[in-house]
Ligand binder design. Structure first.
Ligand code: 13P
Ligand code: SF4
Length: 346
């Protein structure tokens, strides 16, 4: 249960006062205390899709930094993008620094490989710009299958970064044989890449992963099924492919919400993703469906965005630091994102 705090009232007063000048977006992993103030909640794809259509002067993004940075890349000139906590970083996105990604791509190119880079949206603006400038694009957990197909059609090799698990799961969904995949060795400043193995693979994967989702192991699902025979299990595609293989369904945070909504009344549903979302679903369906966390796993960076720091930001939007993207990165990063939005236009 979320209580009505002093900050709650203040944020609602500010929303009232600023009206259409302010839009608050919140990722599904935000706590209830934050999510209840959002004009829009969504998964990464849905929230990115919203940005180009927003006319608000102030866009406040409640999520991790790469999400707010993506909003700043897609925002119109003059719009100001904010995040309540600048230090809310996605650990996985930091596993692929742009300088290293560039060196790996250079090593592959020097080895004669023609590579289309495809970055998960959980990456910095610099990585998106690099990918955009090398003919590549972006994907989210909701469209990884479509975008991997897109990238593989562009040439003999695709480098998927930074999440090798999402890359593997997407490869499974499109039926890409295991022998066509290779996890690249990114050590020695990008010089340790095994070019022979890379040459034989269609899909090259960066060795990054989400620590929050790597906790969901196949044994976790076996234990849940033993405890509740007949239960349903749904997981996020940042989980290991062996975990995904044992689940009934796998998809983005919005997919998970839909899966739970459509599950029959009386079902027991184990959910393998960040706890705030699972907890919200458990509250929503209490007494109708039994929604349980597969395991208690929280994203400490998402949790850095709180109702008090949202209130503090709104108290002085004109003085607060905005999310800045280097001008030189904006166009190529936007190009990479636009390729995705166009390839996945509904
Ligand atoms: P979604 O795009 O599925 O919301 O996932 C974002 C994320 O960071 C999951 O860990
Ligand atoms: Fe990044 Fe994992 Fe947190 Fe998602 S849950 S924001 S991938 S660290």
């Amino acid at each position: 249960m979320t209580t009505n705090t002093r900050e709650h009232q203040f944020i609602e007063d500010m929303r009232q006062k600023l009206g259409k000048r302010l839009v608050i977006l919140a990722h599904h992993y935000m706590s209830d205390a934050v999510a209840r103030h959002a004009d829009y909640t969504g998964d990464s794809l849905e929230l990115s899709r919203r940005i180009p259509d927003l006319d608000a002067e102030y866009i406040v993004f409640c999520g991790v930094f790469f999400m707010a940075e993506t909003a700043a890349i897609l925002a119109k000139p003059g719009q100001k993008v904010f995040i309540p906590e600048m230090n809310s970083r996605c650990v996985m996105s930091d596993m692929a620094p742009a300088w290293l990604a560039e060196r790996v791509l250079d090593t592959l190119a020097e080895g004669g490989l023609s590579v289309t880079p495809l970055t998960y949206v959980n990456s910095s603006a610099a990585v998106k710009a690099l990918v955009g400038s090398r003919g590549g694009s972006v994907c989210t957990s909701a469209n990884a299958k479509t975008m991997l197909t897109w990238a593989l059609a562009k040439g003999p090799h695709t480098l998927f970064l930074p999440d090798f698990r999402l890359g593997f799961n997407a490869a499974d969904w499109i039926g890409l044989p295991k022998e066509d995949r290779h996890i690249v060795d990114v050590r020695e400043h990008g010089r340790a890449v095994n070019l022979d193995k890379a040459r034989r693979a269609k899909l090259l994967l960066w060795p990054g992963q989400c620590v929050i989702h790597s906790r969901f192991k196949p044994e976790t699902i076996r234990k849940a099924r033993a405890e509740s025979p007949g239960c349903l299990v749904v997981v996020h595609p940042e989980c290991h492919p062996n975990t995904v293989a044992l689940a009934d369904a796998c998809g983005s945070t919005s997919f998970i919400i839909k899966f739970v909504a459509e599950a029959p009344e009386g079902s027991v549903i184990y959910v393998g993703t960040e706890f705030n979302l699972v907890n919200r679903l458990a509250d929503k369906y209490r007494g109708v469906k039994d929604v349980r966390p597969l395991l208690y796993s929280t994203c400490s960076n998402m949790e850095k965005v709180t109702e008090p720091n949202l209130a503090k930001l709104l108290a002085d939007l004109d003085e607060a630091p905005t999310v800045q993207v280097d001008e030189a990165l904006k166009d190529p990063a936007k190009l990479a994102l636009t390729r995705m939005l166009e390839a996945c236009a509904r």
